[in-house]
Design a protein around this ligand. Structure first.
Ligand code: HEC
Length: 181
């Protein structure tokens, strides 16, 4: 019927898929052990050179960090998804929280795919076509920013402004995320 309907059904498909395929938890717990040692070494190096040690929190691998960020994105989606499906009461403040989480993650997600960090559910296409990946990321950021600006106060407004954001999730995943079958 309308573009809204279409985007909503895409979103439903994508959301169902995400719910079923779950995560990449099998990969967790691989990279922790030397974190303490290297953080301590970094800290003392920073102390010697007089550098501020702001970034001395135990380093997470980019793989772990992007996984964790997408989990946050998913948790936020789980708040707004049921509202858009009519399974939960619409709550404008919660919907805005979701959008703000996406906005925050969208701002740092792109930095977590340095050369050599291939793997997990991140498709090789990210490294083969960085421009395309960045474009998909910008689409998500723009759609999220537009929804924040729209500041939806009713379910219909939320469908119109947040529905399209879910399309940008799917759009990126189609090419740049490997889903386990
Ligand atoms: C610019 C590309 C891009 C956009 C936009 C994007 N994702 Fe992702 N997503 C990825 C990539 C890449 C992975 C795999 C990350 C990894 O494991 O390294 C992923 C993983 C996931 C996962 C699996 C979580 C896990 O365990 O790693 C979920 C769920 C998910 N995304 C949901 C979403 C939702 C919901 C949105 C939109 C609100 C979204 N994504 C937007 C690229 C994107």
């Amino acid at each position: 019927m309308s573009p809204i309907k279409k985007s909503l059904s895409l979103f439903l498909a994508m959301f169902a898929l995400a719910a079923v395929t779950g995560g990449c938890s099998k990969q967790e717990a691989t990279e922790e052990p030397q974190a303490d040692v290297s953080a301590a070494a970094e800290e003392s190096a920073a102390a010697e050179t007089g550098e501020a040690a702001e970034n001395s929190a135990p380093a997470m691998s980019p793989q772990d960090e992007r996984h964790e960020l997408m989990e946050e994105v998913l948790d936020a989606a789980k708040v707004v998804g049921p509202m858009l499906r009519g399974e939960a009461d619409f709550d404008a403040a919660s919907a805005m929280n979701t959008l703000q989480t996406w906005d925050e993650v969208g701002g740092k997600f792109g930095d977590l795919f340095p050369e050599g960090s291939e793997g997990g559910e991140a498709a090789p296409a990210i490294w083969e076509d960085r421009e395309g990946f960045n474009a998909a990321l910008i689409e998500w950021q723009d759609a999220t920013a537009a929804a924040i600006a729209a500041n939806p106060q009713t379910l219909d407004d939320a469908k119109a402004s947040i529905g399209p954001v879910f399309n940008t999730c799917k759009n990126c995943h189609d090419t740049y995320r490997i889903e386990d079958e």
